[in-house]
Design a protein. Structure first.
Length: 75
């Protein structure tokens, strides 16, 4: 059997997505992990992205709102 080594970059692109009823929980989690999240590239669907950028004071690439194609953009 052979194995293949896969190179993984230290800086990741992390997508932050939450259903409306879970946005507060995601924000709480993100605040708790802000220091770690700051070392990665963040992207999020519309409202979630706005909320994350404002509360974390980190750059967040905002995509469309989930129902308007943002979920597909992330996928």
């Amino acid at each position: 059997m052979t194995s293949t080594a896969i190179s993984v970059q230290a800086r990741k692109r992390i997508a932050l997505v939450a259903h409306d009823n879970e946005k507060a929980n995601l924000l709480e989690w993100a605040i708790e992990h802000r220091e770690l999240l700051a070392t990665h590239d963040l992207l999020a669907t519309g409202t979630t992205g706005k909320m994350m950028a404002e509360n974390l004071d980190l750059p967040v690439e905002r995509l469309r709102s989930g129902p308007l194609g943002g979920d597909q953009q992330i996928g």
